[in-house]
Write a protein that binds this ligand. Structure first.
Ligand SMILES: [Zn+2]
Length: 170
């Protein structure tokens, strides 16, 4: 089984519980935990490579006509929020501004619409948020801040999530 199989097993269990199929007895709970725990452990082990990949929040991207490359300035999101350090890169392809990317060995990979920097009305400042849910046909996506779990709504990200290929937004 690969990482996605383990995550799918955890998602299936999560959906069972969310849709009323919770364990009804201590024995059933024990059995479900025994079935689910190996998936959680394997998912953590197989996702460990992610700890080696830095997260960036792009600030600007400008084309350099002479070298046909893009000069990118980004916050290194691994430091203490909100005092992220700035880093500069030269990349062969453009990136969007104010978007989170994972810097993989093959280059930047966008984390939008799953992670976003949004203004939190409760904290009155920008917060790093992850998508939790969105309605099927219209309306904003609901994201939560990593730091405090505050809910933040985003109309743009709602549309972006709905435009994902079918099966990816489940
Ligand atoms: Zn907040």
């Amino acid at each position: 089984m690969d990482l996605v199989d383990h995550l799918n097993a955890l998602r299936t269990e999560r959906n069972r519980a969310a849709h009323g199929d919770r364990p009804q007895s201590a024995g059933e709970s024990t059995l479900r935990v025994a079935e689910t725990r190996p998936h959680l452990e394997q998912a953590l082990i197989k996702a460990k490579f992610l700890t080696q990949l830095p997260w960036l929040l792009t600030i600007s991207c400008s084309y350099q006509p002479r070298s046909h490359t893009f000069d990118v300035i980004a916050h290194d999101v691994m430091g203490d929020h909100p005092d992220f350090e700035r880093r500069e890169f030269t990349w062969p392809n453009p990136v969007a501004n104010d978007v989170f990317y994972i810097l993989s060995p093959e280059g930047p990979v966008s984390l939008s619409p799953f992670v976003a920097s949004l203004f939190c009305p409760q904290c009155q400042q920008m917060e790093v948020c992850y998508a939790t849910r969105t309605a099927k046909n219209s309306g904003p996506a609901i994201l939560k801040s990593f730091a405090r779990g505050h809910a933040v709504h985003s109309s743009n990200l709602g549309d972006e999530i709905r435009s994902l290929p079918q099966g990816s937004a489940q």
